[in-house]
Design a protein around this ligand. Structure first.
Ligand code: ADP
Ligand code: MG
Length: 254
């Protein structure tokens, strides 16, 4: 029998990704357990975004595979999310990007209910009720009818997170979601993610914010040159890294 507490949620095996002649992911092996929060750090160009984009099914790959809750859903040689099961698994993963990806012509509420109504066939009234609950929880109760252009960067990112949550993800991927924000707006977005962490949402987070990394990570990966160079508890990887390359990076960046 499979033990749900210890069976991997995500299992990445021999993952390779190239853009033309550029080999970006050089054979990534990674296992994530339910309830883990992986913070991914590393130099620009190291493959962090590519790894998350592949996990989300946004890129095809050149080798390896990824399994989610025991179901293989990313395979080499296949178009992303090709089979019904791939699509089903992919929909249980949510992703938020550095640059806001809200639909500009829809208001906040419409942004939130579009996918649940279109993709899942949820009733508009039910989706609206769930959306309003989420908006209140995220301090956006007054913004339901505002358009993205009327929001601050921090509000936009909170809406983007709420929108991803509307599809009941079983894993959330955050790719530098505060990097484009004015410093005074970073905290409100990080607080929303910390709130999700307290509810045990499994997540992978790419961030350059040391405070946030220390406060949210249950595990830290240092990714460089298309490899996971170091993988361990935050106290170790951030506080006393074993690898010279990790140490150099942390001394420079944080
Ligand atoms: P990181 O997020 O760690 O900064 P990325 O995953 O964005 O790194 O990029 C890894 C490498 O892949 C970089 O050399 C980048 O230039 C390259 N790359 C990323 N996306 C593309 C693309 N769509 N086409 C070609 N090269 C890309
Ligand atoms: Mg990136």
């Amino acid at each position: 029998m499979i033990d749900r507490a210890t069976a991997p949620l995500v299992s990445v095996s021999g993952l390779q990704k190239a853009y033309g002649a550029l080999q970006v992911l050089q054979g990534i092996d990674l296992t994530m357990k339910p309830g883990e929060r992986l913070v991914v750090i590393g130099p620009s160009g190291g493959g962090k975004s590519t790894l998350l984009r592949v996990m989300m099914g946004l890129e095809n790959i050149n080798g390896g595979s990824i399994t989610f809750a025991g179901k293989p859903y990313i395979h080499a040689g296949a178009t992303p999310a090709k089979t019904a099961i791939d699509v089903q698994v992919r929909r249980s993963i949510g992703m938020v990007f550095q640059h806001y990806t809200l639909f500009p012509h829809l208001n906040v509420l419409q942004n939130l209910i579009l996918a649940p109504c279109k993709v899942r066939g949820e009733k508009k009234s039910a989706a609206t009720e769930r959306a309003n609950t989420l908006l209140i929880r995220f301090g956006l109760g007054q913004k339901a009818t505002a358009f993205p252009s009327q929001l601050s960067g921090g509000q936009k990112q909170r809406v983007a997170i709420a929108r991803a949550l509307m599809l009941d993800p079983k894993l959330m991927l955050f790719d530098e979601v505060t990097s484009a924000l004015d410093p005074e707006l970073v905290g409100e977005v990080e607080q929303v993610i910390l709130q999700l962490a307290r509810q045990n949402m499994p997540m992978m987070i790419v961030t350059h914010d040391m405070w946030f990394a220390k406060n949210i990570a249950s595990r830290v990966l240092f990714c460089a040159g298309g490899f996971i160079v170091e993988d361990g508890p935050p106290e170790q990887v951030l506080g006393a890294p074993k690898e010279e390359r990790t140490k150099d990076f942390i001394d420079r960046v944080f």
